[in-house]
Design a protein around this ligand. Structure first.
Ligand code: ATP
Ligand code: MG
Length: 582
């Protein structure tokens, strides 16, 4: 019920259209009643009295009724489509808007495919339930009322028989409906699993092929499609079973009416024309009743889908602005980590990190894989919230400022460069409005990207394909560096920005990075230590702790973990550093 009311709120805006559609539904029902009503005089006039005048009039009358019914049907379908399609569009937009607000941890928890199926598949189930189901519900109910009234007027006693049989036919409907709702939820879960799987394997097709895993993935897909098949089959069976059951009940009803009504006619207790109209009304009444049972299933399915959608919509983002959050002014002094602890779920990944970075400084993070470098830097834009301790910018706890004003001041270049299926120009100017072309070109030049962009078929207007797949790894990185340059943020986060490159492209990208770092507070993660020798401070992170910190020369001198990492990288070309005991 609650779900239904929430959906109705989405529809409320279009209640004008709904009202017109409602009137048309009334037209359809009345037309059906008129047909039943006409059956009596028609049978009487033609078959019993054999009047030619009836033969001349009735076809015209019936044709007119059909035309009226057709027009009403079109009207109700048209206006209902306006209501349902608009409602669904609004719902879809609403879900996506909520989705955008979720924190990153939400997207780690929920598989992409499942989220996608909420916005596509589930929404279309709701749409069916809103358009087809709702209009049938109203139209068929009205038709039943009209036909029932005719039947009662003609013969209340016989109608009573029908009324006794009718409730019987709703028993299977209600029982099966509940079952169907459960099956439908399972179906959607299985459908979500399939979409996730497709998303993963299609985007990772290169790896699938490289490892010769086609057979393996194929069998995994078959597993999933088999599961979907089973639940879908079950729901078809439930539906398929309920229809004959209803038919049987219909048969019993009609047989009873024929027997009782027929004997009435033979005994002369009931007029023939009256009886014919009554029969027509009662027989015509079963079709709407049957349709209503299908509507019941559709509504059950739609409501289950709506439940899932609203579940998603109702999730509260972990990280939101505090009510008294203020705007963070442009960074002046720098960033300080103050005894920061952080855990994902239950694993403490950052354990008591304190470090300060003044404006213009370059702080490098190195250390063994899985040590927590990326995690630590993810705390600055509040992708995740610190568990204990605080991060301060110019002395302000970043939890006390608005997310928008914080993130506006941070540019990120990560190893997995994220590009969108859009033009080169829009990818560079991502998030910025009305940037003059010259500025974009200047950023591209500084990022050593202008030359290759110029050679693209349509230059800056070239579409670069999904995730920028038409570009090389180095080209993609230079685009994301250009994007960061253009953003001109005072804080810069570079996560292994040059690690995927060969020496020559690395030199080109490094040049661009150096230009990017000028005048900003930079945090840089690098596995290639050659790229960070000039950093103001190097932090060696291991198991979530800073185990060493200082300049390159000092750390080499300390002869600790950094020295080990350094030696390992330059094993071929011994570094010209004092204290190196080969
Ligand atoms: N979303 C997550 N949920 C739970 N644990 C996570 C999550 N992301 C990372 N971890 C764990 O946190 C630890 C630190 O990961 P992190 O990515 O920060 O390491 P890193 O130092 O950047 O490693 P690398 O040098 O390989 O990039 C790892 O043990 C990892 O398994
Ligand atoms: Mg990392």
């Amino acid at each position: 019920m609650k779900t239904y009311r929430r959906l109705l709120r989405f529809m409320a805006r279009y209640k004008g259209y709904f009202f017109v559609s409602f009137l048309c539904m009334g037209g359809v029902s009345l037309a059906k009643g008129a047909l039943a009503w006409a059956a009596g005089p028609l049978a009487q006039g033609i078959f019993l009295s054999k009047k030619t005048s009836i033969l001349a009039i009735m076809p015209v009358v019936i044709l007119a009724i059909y035309i009226a019914r057709g027009l009403s049907m079109f009207g109700q379908a048209y206006f209902m489509a306006l209501v349902s399609q608009r409602t669904i569009r609004d719902l879809q937009n609403h879900v996506y808007e909520r989705l955008l607000r979720m924190s990153l941890s939400f997207f780690v928890r929920n598989p992409t495919g499942v989220l996608m199926s909420r916005i596509t598949n589930d929404v279309s189930l709701v749409q069916q339930s809103v358009s087809k189901a709702l209009s049938s519900l109203i139209m068929e109910s009205m038709t039943i009322v009209v036909l029932f009234t005719i039947a009662v007027v003609k013969d209340p006693m016989i109608t009573l028989i029908f009324v006794v049989v009718l409730p019987l036919s709703t028993i299977p409907v209600v029982r099966f409906g509940r079952k169907l709702r459960k099956i439908s939820t399972k179906t959607q879960v299985n459908f979500g699993l399939i979409s996730s799987f497709l998303h993963e394997t299609i985007t990772g097709m290169r790896i699938v092929k490289a490892f010769g895993m086609e057979k393996y993935e194929n069998s995994r897909f078959r597993d999933r499609s088999q599961r979907l098949y089973k639940t879908r089959l079950k729901s078809d069976l439930v539906r398929g079973f309920s229809e004959p059951v209803m038919d049987l009940i219909e048969g019993i009803g009609v047989a009873l009416v024929i027997f009782i009504g027929g004997s009435g006619v033979i005994k002369g207790q009931i007029d023939f024309a009256e009886f014919t109209t009554l029969m027509a009304a009662i027989i015509m009444m079963y079709a709407p009743v049957k349709k209503l049972s299908k509507v019941h299933y559709m509504i059950q399915e739609g409501m289950a889908a709506a439940d899932r959608i609203f579940d998603l919509v109702d999730q509260v983002p972990d990280i939101v602005d505090r009510p008294d959050a203020m705007e963070l002014p442009r960074v002046a002094r720098g960033i300080a980590f103050d005894d920061v602890y952080f855990r994902y779920e239950d694993k403490m990944v950052i354990q008591g990190v304190s470090v300060e970075a003044k404006t213009g400084e370059v702080v490098a993070l190195v250390g063994p894989s899985g040590g927590g470098k990326t995690t630590l830097l993810n705390l600055i834009p509040r992708f995740y919230e610190v568990t204990e301790g605080a991060i301060r910018i110019d002395g302000r706890d970043i939890r006390n400022v608005t997310l928008a004003s914080l993130r506006r001041q941070i540019a990120i270049v990560s190893q997995e460069t994220v590009l969108f299926n859009d033009t080169v120009r829009n990818n560079i100017a991502y998030g910025l409005e009305e940037i003059p072309n010259e500025t974009i070109v200047a950023a591209a030049r500084a990022a050593n990207a202008h030359a290759f962009i110029d050679e693209l078929p349509e230059g800056y207007e070239t579409e670069i394909g999904e995730s920028g797949l038409t570009l090389s790894g180095g080209q993609r990185q230079r685009l994301s560096i250009a994007r960061a340059l253009l953003k001109d943020a005072p804080i810069l986060i570079l996560d292994e920005a040059t690690s995927a490159l060969d020496t020559e492209s690395e030199r080109i990208v490094q040049e661009a990075v150096n230009r990017l770092m000028q005048g900003r507070t930079t945090f840089v993660i690098a596995h290639r230590l050659s790229t960070i020798i000039d950093a103001d401070r190097i932090l060696v992170i291991q198991e979530g702790r800073i185990v060493e910190s200082g300049g390159h020369a000092k750390l080499i001198e300390q002869n600790g973990l950094y020295k080990q990492l350094y030696d390992r990288q330059f094993a071929d070309t011994p570094a010209p550093v004092e204290g190196h005991s080969g």
